[in-house]
Design a binder for this molecule. Structure first.
Ligand code: SF4
Length: 319
């Protein structure tokens, strides 16, 4: 397999995505890159180039002397304050300029994490950071590079959202690209291979959701949707298909899904609360008719099997 080069830049973010991919397992990140034939030109947590060597590397990429196959950006593009870009700099210059220059050279560009994809932290109204995603600002196309931008391989920015990114999202995407296999994207330019299902798919609490056996406080074993703020049904990601650290997921551990792959993350409402109107959640699973859904839920609650209802009742009483 031909060697491919990868350059990873951090911008307005917390390095959480780098921490997450370092947890890649079976195989680990280094073995994975080796199997895929990826040469990491630079990654802030993996490389030990001096600042001068790093500058030289960047110059070579920008001059075309060094080929760049995959440009990964972690963190949003900081336009603030007052559109100066000076909240995030590289060698005294706005880092956004370097991002634009590198983007112009790369065969494929991967936005790593929700900040790089949709803006994430520091991207909401009145935030002086003025963070934007590479090709989206929340769910609006455009972002930093503009909606018509294409990389050298005639591809839009590949959005790998998540706070942080799930290592599997990166692994599956790179594997398809490297093997020249089709990479299908959703309406937010995310690979369907990872973002094609919701967090609700595969959740071990699905049977409770089905019969509306709802938790009212943390530590119970029912569904977390109606009271505890779970956004699993409205969040596209494979967290309950590819488990975190090959072990678990938020909902399996009894924590609601916070919707971290969604373009509106982080949402203004508190994490552990389901916002309701007239006693029912404002936000229902995608594409559902509200009246039909609520009627069906009430009927399902009445039809809940005795063993499930009893087990849920005992759990809630004992806690
Ligand atoms: S806890 Fe969340 S993801 Fe799990 S079944 Fe309930 S709504 Fe779906």
């Amino acid at each position: 397999m031909e060697t491919k080069t990868l350059f990873w830049l951090q911008s307005g973010g917390c390095s959480g995505d780098s921490m997450s991919i370092l947890n890649m397992d079976e195989p680990d990140l280094f073995t994975q890159f080796k199997h895929m034939g990826i040469e990491v030109l630079w990654h802030p947590s993996l490389s030990c180039l001096s600042p001068m060597e790093q500058d030289q590397l960047i110059e070579k990429i920008l001059s075309g002397e060094q080929k760049l196959d995959y440009f990964c950006l972690e963190g949003n593009v900081a336009l603030g304050p007052n559109n100066s870009g000076m909240f995030d700099t590289y060698r005294g210059e706005p880092k956004k300029d370097l991002i634009a220059q590198l983007a112009a050279k790369a065969e494929y560009i991967l936005a790593i994490g929700t900040c790089a994809t949709f803006g994430g932290m520091g991207s909401h109204a009145n935030d002086e950071m003025q963070g934007v995603g590479l090709q989206f600002h929340h769910n609006e196309k455009g972002g930093f590079l503009g909606k018509n931008f294409r990389s050298a391989s005639d591809f839009p920015i590949i959005n790998l959202s998540g706070c942080p990114i799930h290592p599997k999202a990166l692994e599956l995407t790179l594997n398809l690209l490297i093997r020249g296999l089709p990479l299908e994207l959703d309406d937010l330019n995310r690979p369907k291979v990872y973002y094609g299902i919701s967090v609700h798919n595969g959740c071990t609490r699905n049977v409770s959701h089905e019969f509306k056996l709802e938790d009212t406080k943390l530590g119970e074993d029912g569904c977390l949707f109606f009271n505890i703020g779970c956004k699993g049904p409205t969040t596209r990601a494979s967290c309950n298909k590819y488990l975190w650290n090959e072990q678990s997921s938020k909902t399996r551990a009894g924590v609601p899904c916070f919707g971290c792959t969604r373009p509106d993350f982080p949402m203004p409402e508190p994490f552990y609360v389901t916002e309701k109107i007239a006693g029912t959640p404002i936000e229902l699973p995608e594409g559902i008719d509200r009246a039909a859904y609520l009627a069906y839920k009430d009927m399902a609650a009445a039809a809940a099997p005795d063993y499930l209802r009893k087990a849920h009742h005992e759990k809630t009483q004992n806690d």
